[in-house]
Write a protein that binds this ligand. Structure first.
Ligand code: SF4
Length: 365
């Protein structure tokens, strides 16, 4: 890799050594660090994308109990994989993991590939995740650039500008590579992640406690609060969404499977649709049911409303009990009556799950 000429190689060597010394006593204990099983490390790295360590920990354990190896993951129905992922969010990760397991069984002898290039060719694995898996599972001497590393490296070398722009990103990869000493790829990757998670925090970095402060360009120049530049807080649009809860006397619920691509892809959910501007909730629901199910359902009453935020918008999901007695509900691969508790069989989006919990609480009263 081409090195950035402006950097004194002795600085990177000093930083590397200090970072690794710090890591020897400060490494955070995590279940996935106690294994060298590439499959487990791969699962952990996918779960950790955009998700905190504390949130991931219980999911990781449960997921591996259900799917202890690549073969069992590849053989499992997608519904079971989504169910194990339920509540963790960003469900495309689960779909991609499942698809990638199938690819590994079909053409890689059910083994996780060792190189960044081969890892990156799998669904759901970008360059940084591929590098993290190669470094942590196989000890490859490769740089990483996850969110923590991006911030740490940008600050250490006072690299200004948007860290996601192509130009800045190229420099960050170069500087991150300069930190990797021969034979130290695994520890360097983990050390950078840990420093970013507990010392070089996004807001208010703890520079006074940082083992690298004497060589950190941002600290020395007082730039640690402005690198990386703060992104303008997005105001997420809000939508009212109406959902129909059809319940049979045996407790079964009528659900629809969402299209396999896109938000919540492959998950089951209550029939639902967005309210148009000026439309009442009830009118929106009648229209939704006509369009999606072609049934003239009777709206009985509102069960409750729950708020939920996705990455690009927020919703208030309004659930209504509906009755379709006497109507033939559509039956097919994407629709069906499923057991009311949902446990162990299918995954519901979090907002739908909350509506279901409201319904169960009502019934218990
Ligand atoms: Fe981050 Fe401060 Fe350490 Fe620099 S000195 S790496 S800004 S915590």
């Amino acid at each position: 890799m081409k090195r950035d000429t402006k950097e004194d190689p002795r600085t990177a060597a000093w930083i590397s050594a200090a970072l690794l010394r710090w890591f020897r006593t400060a490494a955070r204990p995590m279940a996935w660090r106690e294994t060298r099983d590439p499959y487990r490390i791969w699962v952990s790295e996918i779960m950790l994308q955009q998700t905190r360590v504390d949130t991931v920990a219980p999911y990781y354990e449960r997921f591996l109990l259900k799917f202890p190896d690549i073969g069992s993951l590849a053989r499992a129905p997608l519904d079971a994989v989504l169910k194990a992922w339920e509540g963790l969010g960003y469900y495309s990760r689960a779909r991609n993991l499942h698809q990638a397991a199938g690819i590994l069984v079909a053409s890689h002898g059910a083994e996780v590939p060792r190189t960044v290039e081969a890892l990156e060719a799998l669904p759901g694995i970008g360059r940084s995740t591929a590098a993290a898996i190669a470094a942590i599972a196989f000890g490859a001497d490769v740089p990483i650039l996850d969110a923590n590393a991006r911030r740490v490296v940008a600050r250490l070398f006072a690299i200004e500008g948007d860290p996601r722009s192509g130009r800045v990103e190229r420099v960050l990869w170069e500087r991150s590579a300069n930190l990797v000493r021969k034979g130290k790829g695994r520890d360097t990757a983990l050390a950078v992640m840990d420093l970013g998670a507990v010392v070089c925090l996004p807001r208010a970095p703890r520079c006074r406690k940082c083992p690298l402060r004497s060589r950190c360009s941002s600290f020395l120049r007082g730039l640690q609060d402005s690198i990386p530049p703060k992104r303008a807080k997005k105001v997420l649009p809000h939508h009212d969404v109406v959902a129909a809860l059809f319940r049979r006397t045996d407790g079964a619920l009528f659900l629809m499977r969402r299209p396999s691509e896109g938000l919540l892809g492959g998950m089951w959910a209550f029939p639902s649709g967005r309210r148009d501007p000026g439309e009442s909730l009830e009118d929106a629901l009648r229209r939704t049911l006509r369009e999606k199910l072609r049934v003239p359902a009777v709206i009985q009453r509102e069960v409750g409303a729950v708020r939920h935020a996705y990455s690009h918008y927020r919703i208030t999901l309004h659930g209504f009990f509906c009755d379709a007695t006497g109507c033939a509900m559509p039956a097919g691969e994407g629709t069906g009556w499923l057991p009311g508790d949902g446990e162990g069989t299918f995954a519901l989006p979090r907002a739908d799950r909350k509506l279901l919990e409201i319904m169960h609480r009502e019934e218990e009263r």
